[in-house]
Design a binder for this molecule. Structure first.
Ligand code: NDP
Length: 287
């Protein structure tokens, strides 16, 4: 079914989304704050609006943050419009934005898209959506052009809770790999020598085997019980101190290892050293 989609924001993400909607056969209107970014899309059949007021019923927004939406649509009549905002921001900002759109007669669907531009419209791409379920369902067929639709709930902040959780794991996991590679390189070990072991670690953590800590910890989080007989937090806090020592003596940055050491030591000092590593979540919940 052909739908009219208005894409607001023609950065790396928005312009790829507009192109993907066009290739899926939809009628596409585009608008960007700074003119001059729509040429290639117009050549593919898009209509370039001179103002966001020309938007149709369904708007897909991809901008730097939610402030950009206020700046762009502050003067636009939103009655009857569905705004699907795929920009990044904090959950509370999305909740306020939902009220802001509703006060202007529109409906906000919030989304966190989990792929970079080359992944848009490709198999495996997915987006966390939150907001009114019936509105998401009504537009699912159209939205599926850019990615799978993963609906996570009515609270408009939820899309970003899932998105930020995923991004945090992505960034901190990869930064841990950068630290590990820098440590290895400081001792003359080539990054390619470390790679198979990094793959073993990341794969094992996510897997079903004896290193499948994601699964073990999830069960512990749900039970709020953290058995530590096999490997106590105290032992791991001391071990994290050895990691910090290794970074410091190598003369490389130790910011992330030091932050982990402090966190482990705090959980230990709070009296939970005999429990397992999972007990650190209790310290994270109570800063
Ligand atoms: P870009 O920096 O490429 O584009 C930003 C867009 O926001 C531009 O269209 C820019 O307009 C617009 N914009 C910024 N500030 C304002 C404002 N005050 N008023 C109106 N328009 C404004 O970003 P991306 O396309 O890479 O990212 C867009 C969103 O998608 C971000 O929230 C990002 O976190 C998220 N995201 C990005 C991914 C990626 O890999 N790139 C992956 C997943 C999500 P102008 O051209 O006028 O400056």
């Amino acid at each position: 079914m052909t739908t009219h989609v208005t894409v607001i924001g023609l950065g790396a993400m928005g312009s790829t989304m507009a192109e993907t909607f066009l290739k899926a056969g939809h009628q596409v209107t585009v608008w960007n704050r700074t003119p001059g970014k729509a040429g290639a899309l117009v050549a593919l059949g898009a209509h370039e609006a001179s103002s966001p007021a020309e938007a149709g019923e369904l708007l897909v927004i991809s901008q730097l943050d939610y402030q950009a939406m206020y700046d762009s649509l502050g003067d636009v009549d939103l009655r009857g419009k569905v705004l699907v905002n795929l920009s990044s921001d904090a959950p509370s900002v999305l909740r306020e934005a939902s009220d802001w759109v509703a006060a202007r007669g529109g409906v906000l669907v919030t989304g966190g898209i989990m792929v970079p531009p080359p992944g848009i419209g490709r198999p495996g791409a997915y987006t966390f959506y939150s907001g009114p379920a019936e509105v998401v369902t009504r537009h699912t067929e159209t939205l599926k052009a850019i990615s799978d639709v993963t609906y996570v709930g009515a609270d408009p902040g939820l899309a970003m809770v899932f998105y930020q959780s995923q991004l945090f794991m992505f960034w901190s996991g990869l930064t841990a790999y950068m630290y590990a590679s820098a440590l290895a390189q400081s001792a003359g070990v080539a990054p390619s020598q470390l790679l198979p072991f990094a793959q073993e670690t990341f794969g094992g953590i996510a897997g079903e085997g004896p290193m499948g800590f994601l699964k073990y910890l999830t069960a512990e989080f749900e039970e709020r019980s953290y058995p530590g007989e096999a490997n106590s937090l105290h032992m791991q806090a001391v071990g994290m101190g050895h990691v910090v020592h290794a970074f410091e003596e190598a003369g490389i940055d130790a910011t992330l290892p030091v932050a982990l050491k402090r966190l482990f030591e705090r959980a230990d000092a709070e009296g939970r050293g005999a429990e397992g590593l999972g007990t650190v979540i209790e310290s994270i919940k109570k800063p």
